[in-house]
Design a protein around this ligand. Structure first.
Ligand code: EPU
Length: 342
C-alpha cells in the first residue's frame, strides 16, 4: 500500500466548483491495494466512491471518507477481424479512452467524445449522447464489494452487461444497496470495420461541411457541438445536463401537444414519449435566469451553472424552483440527472 491512502482533510474535486471537503480521502491504484485497505479495516462507513465529481452536487461537506479509483490502463483482451475487446481501468478519463479508440481506428465510442468524468463512473451513470449510450459498448463491469459486519471482507464480481439493469442514465450500480460495490474495470467491445451512428440532425449538419466522414471528423464535430452548447466547467462550474429529459405516458403527451403544438418530442419504443426538459424549462422563462449565484445556462437551459461562489444549497434551491415551475405549468416532474450528496 502506498502513501496515497493517507487520511487528510481534502477538498473534494467537483465540476460545479463547490468548496466542499471530506473528512478523509483514499485513492487506490489497483484491485489488490483496494482489497488490502478493506482487509485492514481502513474503510468504514460513511464512505462515498466518486469519479471526477462531474455529476455530483454536494449540499455540504462530506463527513466520511471519499474513495477514488486510481486504476488506469487500457488492455486488449480479445480480437477477431470485426471486433476488439478492451479492458479499461475505472480511473481512466473517459475522453482519454475515446481518444484512444479513435487513434486505434476503433468504431463505437466517438459520439461520446468530450464527456467529462472517468470510465468507472461512465458505466455507473450510463452516459449517453448523439444516439449512443455507453451500455451499447459495454460487455461487462468488474467490481469489488465490501462485505462482512465490519466491512473487512471483499468480494470480486464481474457483472455481464445484461445483469447491469441499464436504462436511460441509470444502472444497477446507482441503487442504494450497491453503495458498497466499486467498479474497478469496464470491458468494452468495439468494431474494427467502419460504422457510424449519424442519426442526430445536428451531427449530420456539422459533418456535411467536412470533406469526408471519418472517426476523427466525427470526434471533432462532436467536440465543436458540445463546446457551442455546454459551458466549460473551468469557467462556469456545472455538471452537464442537470435534469433528465422526462419520459411521459402517451395520454399526457397528447394532451400537452394539443395545447403546445410546437413542443418537440421523441417517441420511445414502449409507447412512451420523451420531451426535452430544455424546452420545458425555456417555456417557463428560466433560460439565462439566476437565483443567487446559481443560474440556468443561457445557451442550454438543461444545464445549471455556478456563477462564482455558489453553494450546493443555492444550486439546489434553483433546481427546486425550476422543477416547481415545470410541474406547475406542464404537470411533469422533471428529475435531476445529477446525484445530490448530503
Ligand atoms: N432545446 C430548447 N431550448 C434550448 C436548447 C434545447 O428548447 O435552449 C430543446 C430543443 O428542442 C432541442 C432539444 O431541447 O432539440 C434537445 O436539445 P439537445 O440536442 O441539446 O439535447 P438535450 O436533450 O438537451 C441530451 C443529453 C445530453 C447529450 C445531448 C445530445 C440528457 C439529460 N442530456 O441533451 O447529455 O449531450 O442530449 O445527445 O439526456 C449530459 O447528460 O450531461 C448531457 C450533456
Amino acid at each position: 500500500m502506498s502513501g496515497s491512502g493517507e487520511e487528510r482533510l481534502i477538498k473534494i474535486p467537483n465540476t460545479f466548483g463547490l468548496n466542499v471537503h471530506a473528512a478523509a480521502w483514499l485513492e487506490y491504484a489497483s484491485i489488490e491495494e483496494l482489497e488490502q485497505w478493506i482487509a485492514c479495516g481502513h474503510i468504514t462507513a460513511p464512505y462515498l466512491h466518486i469519479g471526477s465529481g462531474s455529476n455530483l452536487l454536494f449540499l455540504d461537506d462530506y463527513r466520511g471518507m471519499v474513495l477514488h479509483s486510481g486504476i488506469t490502463g487500457i488492455t486488449v483482451t480479445g480480437e477477431d477481424t470485426d471486433r476488439i475487446e478492451l479492458r479499461v481501468g475505472a480511473g481512466v478519463l473517459w475522453d482519454d479512452f475515446v481518444a484512444y479508440t479513435v487513434e486505434h481506428r476503433l468504431y463505437g465510442a466517438e459520439n461520446l467524445s468530450h464527456i467529462p468524468g472517468e470510465t468507472g463512473a461512465a458505466a455507473v451513470q450510463n452516459i449517453g449522447a448523439y444516439g449512443v449510450e455507453v451500455k451499447d459498448l459495454i460487455t461487462a463491469v468488474e467490481t469489488v464489494s465490501l462485505s462482512g459486519e465490519k466491512h473487512t471482507h471483499s468480494e470480486r464480481r464481474t457483472y455481464a452487461v445484461g445483469e447491469c439493469a441499464y436504462a436511460y442514465r441509470d444502472s444497477l450500480f446507482k441503487r442504494p444497496e450497491m453503495k458498497h460495490c466499486f467498479v474497478t474495470h469496464v470491458r468494452f467491445c468495439l468494431r474494427k470495420q467502419e460504422h457510424y451512428t449519424l442519426n442526430y440532425g445536428i451531427l449530420k449538419q456539422e459533418l456535411a461541411a467536412q470533406p469526408a466522414v471519418t472517426l476523427v471528423a466525427v470526434r471533432q464535430a462532436i467536440i465543436r457541438i458540445r463546446n457551442s452548447k455546454l459551458p466549460d466547467p473551468r469557467v462556469w462550474g456545472n455538471a452537464g445536463s442537470f435534469f433528465k429529459n422526462p419520459v411521459v405516458p402517451y395520454a399526457l403527451f397528447e394532451r400537452l401537444h394539443g395545447q403546445y403544438p410546437q413542443m418537440p418530442f421523441y417517441a420511445q419504443d414502449d409507447g412512451l414519449v420523451k420531451i426535452p426538459a430544455a424546452w420545458l424549462i425555456e417555456q417557463c422563462g428560466w433560460k439565462g435566469r439566476s437565483l443567487g449565484a446559481a443560474a440556468v445556462y443561457d445557451k442550454q437551459p438543461l444545464v445549471l451553472v455556478n456563477r462564482g461562489g455558489a453553494t450546493g444549497q443555492e444550486i439546489k434551491a434553483l433546481s427546486d424552483a425550476v422543477q416547481q415551475s415545470v410541474h406547475h405549468r406542464f404537470g411533469i416532474e422533471i428529475q435531476p440527472e445529477v446525484n445530490f450528496i448530503g
